[in-house]
Design a binder for this molecule. Structure first.
Ligand SMILES: Cc1cc2nc3c(=O)[nH]c(=O)nc-3n(C[C@H](O)[C@H](O)[C@H](O)COP(=O)(O)O)c2cc1C
Length: 388
């Protein structure tokens, strides 16, 4: 299963084509729209979020709310297109009144992409590198998520840090804390920390600055056996970390204990294998659900660090791309903090990556085939896990 996406930030739309979905998956655009709405929320977002009310349209691959096995085309219209038609028109030429983007923003793709693609106008870098593209990643990821939810797999995320404010929450309690997280302006389950996070974002805005943070994901009811130890590019830890790291502004990924495992002895890091009333069991999950690049049947626990947004209203030093003169970076309408939104994006990319691994393992052209393969496998694994 694979997908390609296309679309500029201020172009007419974002599009994706998903290929390899089984036939017979029940799919409702409202479920995708709900995730798109979650991505648009969170305290600290810029003015664009009030312009864009993202809605997905399905252009192929779905009939009467069931996939038919053919490529599924998803489209999200950019509501802002009305204001940009002239500047982003696929045909015609640049209006004479248009000012090129020539002052690259430190921390953004502007300079590196300008060099790579030989752009005169750095808008061309900005248009596709903009995190607007994560809207279509959320739509695609939600299709993967809906597929996995059919098998009982569930996705949760929360914000554990914004700037220097940290929440004190036990990850495994996330399912119970779901309502609190969803109603928090910063997707934080610790109400005291959430207030401080909001205050920190307000202060950053006043200072013309931006803030990053840390997001935690919990994925439950993941079957053992997704990914493989047999080849480096089939290891699910690598695939998952790669997908998460590929989200704009994500600069660190941890699975389970992550970096803190490096500071502890092995006896405090590895999860014992025991036998109890549930059969073979793991009393702890410091590995975060992955051993040897394979899911081990425990919940997946992942953390990701997001850097502060690179567009600063108190613009950083830059150099004019056209003239070579010292300058300050261009100002674009921008978020002050997008950590809560990024949490929703991370749920989606994790769901997609997991769905691809799931399809690789249980490979079916129809949901019936997939169901049969999945249940056969569960019986086989329970034969091992429950041996007396
Ligand atoms: C949900 C989300 C929203 C973002 N919003 C903005 C924004 O409004 N302004 C901005 O400059 N960067 C924003 N970013 C971050 C940039 O897209 C990102 O830093 C940039 O593309 C450079 O990529 P890199 O940080 O991975 O190197 C956002 C990222 C995410 C995940």
């Amino acid at each position: 299963m694979r997908y390609l996406s296309a679309g500029e930030s201020h172009g007419p739309c974002l599009t994706a084509i998903i290929e390899g979905l089984p036939a017979g998956l029940r799919l409702f655009t409202e479920d995708i729209n709900r995730q798109l709405e979650r991505r648009q929320g969170g305290y600290g977002r810029g003015a664009r979020m009030s312009i864009e009310k993202d809605r997905v349209e399905v252009l192929s691959g779905l009939r009467f709310n069931e996939t038919i096995g053919s490529p599924l085309t998803l489209q999200i219209k950019n509501r802002d297109w009305d204001n940009w038609q002239e500047l982003m028109s696929p045909e015609g030429s640049e209006p004479s009144t248009y000012n090129k983007v020539t002052r690259p923003r430190p921390g953004h793709a502007d300079l590196a992409a300008g060099l790579k693609y030989n752009y005169a106008d750095l808008r061309l870098a900005l248009e596709r590198s903009s995190a607007r593209e994560t809207a279509i990643r959320v739509a695609v990821g939600t299709v993967g998520r809906i597929l996995l939810e059919h098998f009982g797999i569930r996705f949760y995320s929360h914000v554990i840090r914004i700037g220097d404010q940290t929440a004190e929450i036990e990850t495994l309690h996330l399912p119970e804390l779901f309502e609190i997280v969803e109603s928090s302006p910063v997707r934080c389950a610790d109400a005291t920390a959430a207030k401080k996070m909001v205050a920190a974002i307000k202060q950053a805005e006043t200072d013309g600055d931006t803030l990053g943070g840390v997001i935690e994901l919990l994925i439950t009811a993941v079957p053992p056996g997704l990914g493989s130890h047999v080849h480096w590019d089939r290891r699910f830890d690598g695939l998952l970390a790669g997908a998460i790291m590929a989200v704009p502004a994500i600069k660190g990924v941890e699975i389970g204990l992550g970096f803190s495992a490096a500071t502890r002895p092995g006896s405090e890091v590895h999860d014992p294998i025991v036998r109890n009333a549930r059969g073979i069991d793991r009393p702890s999950n410091k590995a975060g659900g992955l051993e040897g690049g394979i899911t081990n049947g425990q919940p997946l626990v992942i953390r990701a660090a997001m850097k502060p947004i690179p567009t600063l209203m108190s613009a950083l030093p830059s150099v004019d791309w056209e003239t070579g003169a010292a300058s300050t970076a261009v100002l674009e309408r921008s978020d002050v903090c997008a950590v809560p939104a990024a949490a929703v994006v991370l749920e989606a990319v994790a769901a997609w990556t997991l769905a691809v691994a799931f399809m690789e393992k249980f490979a079916g052209d129809s949901m019936e085939e997939l169901d049969a393969a999945y249940h056969y496998y569960l019986e086989q694994t329970s034969g091992h896990l429950n041996k007396s």
